[in-house]
Design a protein around this ligand. Structure first.
Ligand SMILES: NC(=O)C1=CN([C@@H]2O[C@H](COP(=O)(O)OP(=O)(O)OC[C@H]3O[C@@H](n4cnc5c(N)ncnc54)[C@H](OP(=O)(O)O)[C@@H]3O)[C@@H](O)[C@H]2O)C=CC1
Ligand SMILES: Nc1nc(=O)c2c([nH]1)NC[C@@H]1CN(c3ccc(C(=O)N[C@@H](CCC(=O)O)C(=O)O)cc3)C=[N+]21
Length: 300
């Protein structure tokens, strides 16, 4: 079998188009421009790339982008003061604090200081609790993007066996909640899972969010299953020349694609959908903040 490739890049472009349509409507009918504030502490080069690309795409869909770059040694007090200012700024509808934060900053404290209504990452404990109890919330962007692609490909996910590899608060756990919400039978695997290949081989859907380059190989996959590769790993690529690197996922693409029914590539899979969902969440947050009906099909 050769898997169908789920084109996250093309899907993300469609989501951004929808978002742009809603932004135009908000501007014309209500004179409101949605605004997204991104806070970056420190100078991690990978984070800088993401922040730049988020800012660019935010502007491309017609929203306002506010970038706040703080020194790596910024105090917790100063960061919390900035978040407080953004919480109270009416032109800011979404706030994202890029993770990971430098070690001296308490991530939980910082995230929980964001107004939950502006928490477009969906990481605030209130949003986590709302998602876990099936109530309306802000849904984390990466799992939301995965869910959109799965729903688009399968239609209904009801009754499917899904295995999520990874139990982080930002990907694995919310992904499992969303799949459960769509009535999958969900298993969460992690570094202590025994005979993990046997677990994944039973799954109709495998979502890999591990952070280990190409760990999941074709023999882990049931023939015809759908593989969603969340991993973003930069590895050395001496074949491309000295000092060159390439991006790979947590799944070994070629061997998985031989067995799977469908698979997302890296790059061009989950990554672009994550940013598109961030923009979607910002529009949703803006509509809710203004008591307007929220766009359909852009949230879970
Ligand atoms: N495409 C996108 O938009 C995004 C991509 N990512 C990427 O997704 C990946 C995961 O990110 P994140 O969730 O933040 O990572 P974390 O490091 O927070 O979590 C990794 C999870 O994988 C588990 N794990 C580690 N090693 C193994 C193993 N050998 N077998 C089984 N499970 C294992 C860990 O288990 P345990 O809990 O037991 O330690 C943990 O639960 C990374 O590659 C990251 O770059 C992340 C965010 C967005
Ligand atoms: N508060 C917070 N929210 C996040 O959502 C968040 C974060 N912190 N910290 C870092 C991770 C990582 N992340 C990615 C987003 C897009 C791509 C993406 O677009 N990737 C492209 C390739 C980009 C490249 O070439 O480097 C692709 O997969 O095709 C990747 C990774 C969001 N994260």
């Amino acid at each position: 079998m050769t898997a169908r490739i789920i084109d996250g890049k093309a899907f993300a472009a469609k989501v951004r188009e929808k978002v742009a349509g809603h932004v135009a409507r908000l501007k014309e009918e209500h004179a409101i421009t949605p605004g997204l504030a991104v806070v970056l502490v420190g100078e991690d080069p990978a984070s800088q790339v993401y922040v730049r690309s988020k800012g660019k795409q935010t502007v491309e869909v017609g929203m306002n982008s506010y970038e706040h770059k703080l020194d790596a040694d910024t105090s917790e007090k100063d960061l919390l003061a900035l978040i407080d200012k953004l919480n109270n700024a009416p032109e800011v509808h979404g706030i994202l604090v890029q993770l990971p934060l430098p070690g001296h900053l308490n991530e939980d404290l910082v995230i929980n200081s964001i107004d939950p209504a502006k928490d477009v990452d969906g990481f605030h404990i209130s949003n986590v609790g709302l998602l876990g109890t099936g109530q309306k919330s802000m849904v984390p962007c990466t799992p939301l993007g995965c869910l959109m692609m799965l729903r688009d490909y399968h239609g209904s996910l009801s009754g499917m066996d899904a295995v999520v590899i990874g139990r982080s608060n930002i990907v694995g756990k919310p992904m499992a909640q969303l799949l459960l919400g769509d009535s999958c039978t969900v298993t969460i695997a992690h570094s202590r899972t025994k005979d993990i290949q046997d677990v994944t081989r039973r799954a109709d859907i495998v979502v890999a969010a591990v952070g280990r380059p190409e760990m999941v190989t074709g023999d882990w996959i049931k023939p015809g299953a759908t593989v969603i590769d969340v991993g973003i790993n930069r590895i050395d690529a001496p074949d491309k020349g000295e000092g060159q690197t390439r991006l790979v996922g947590d799944c070994h693409f070629d061997s998985c694609a031989e067995v799977a029914g469908a698979i997302t590539p890296v790059p061009g899979g989950v990554g672009p959908m994550t940013i598109a969902c961030l923009l979607a969440n910002t529009v949703t947050a803006c509509c809710r903040a203004n008591g307007l009906s929220e766009p359909e099909g852009l949230t879970a």
